[in-house]
Design a protein around this ligand. Sequence first.
Ligand SMILES: Nc1ncnc2c1ncn2[C@@H]1O[C@H](COP(=O)(O)OP(=O)(O)OP(=O)(O)O)[C@@H](O)[C@H]1O
Ligand SMILES: [Mg+2]
Length: 228
Amino acid sequence: MEKYILQTKDLVRTYKADTPSPVYALKDIDVQLRRGEFVALMGRSGSGKSTFLHQIALLDRPTSGYIEIDGIDVSKLSETERAEFRLKMLGYVFQDYALIPELNLYENVALPMRALGKRKIQYDKDVHEIIKRVGLQDREKNLPSELSGGEQQRVSIARAIINKPDILFADEPTANLDSEAAAVVLDIMRELVDKYGQTIIMVTHEDDDKKYVDRVVWLKDGKLQSSQ
Ligand SMILES: Nc1ncnc2c1ncn2[C@@H]1O[C@H](COP(=O)(O)OP(=O)(O)OP(=O)(O)O)[C@@H](O)[C@H]1O
Ligand SMILES: [Mg+2]
C-alpha cells in the first residue's frame, strides 16, 4: 500500500481570460497527503483553494500536471471510471452546498447510497443516524429551500460522509455555522480520521480550526507556500 493516498506533481490550472495571458489559478502544485491525516488548506480569497480541491477530487481536469490517488494515475481513467471512483472513494462538501432542490433532507443525504445501487433497507438506519449526528433529525422531510444556510451546510456534510469515503474534501464546511455547530462538525471529522483512518482535506479561514487538524497547507496566488 502506498504511503500517500493522494499526490500531485506540477499541477497547473489556468483559466482563459479576455486578456492575452491566461489566469493562473494554480501554479505547479506538489502536494502529498498521507493516509489518515487531517489537513487544513488555508489562504486568502482567490488564492486557488476551491480550484485545487476541484482538481484533486476529480471534479475538474487540470491544464497540466499529475494526480495520483490510491496509487492510480487518474488521468488514465475514463469519464465513467472517474464517476465510479468518486462515488466509491471520495466525498465532497461543496462551498455552496450543491444540494438537490427537489429532494428533501433525508433524500439528499441518501443520494450517494442510491447511486451505488443500495436499497433503502440497507441504508435507512445509517442515514437517520448521520442526520441525527449533525442535529437535523427534526427536519428530515424539509426541502433545502426550507433550511437555513448553516442547516444546508450540515446536510451537505452528512451527504459527503454517508458512504464513508476514503478521502473527504471539505470546502469551508464550517463557514456558515455558529461556533457550537462548527465544533460538532469538526469533532465528527476528527473522529472519522482517528477511528476509521479516513483522510480529510478541509479549506478553512478560521484560525480556531487549526487545533483539530494535523497540519496546515497554505496557498498564495495559486502557489503552495508551506507544507510541513
Ligand atoms: N471558472 C473560472 N473562470 C475564470 N477564472 C476562475 C474560474 N474559477 C476560478 N477562477 C479564478 O481562479 C482564482 C482562484 O479561485 P478559487 O475559487 O479557487 O479561490 P478560493 O481560494 O477558493 O477563494 P475563496 O476563499 O473566495 O473561496 C481566482 O482568481 C478566480 O477568479
Ligand atoms: Mg473557494
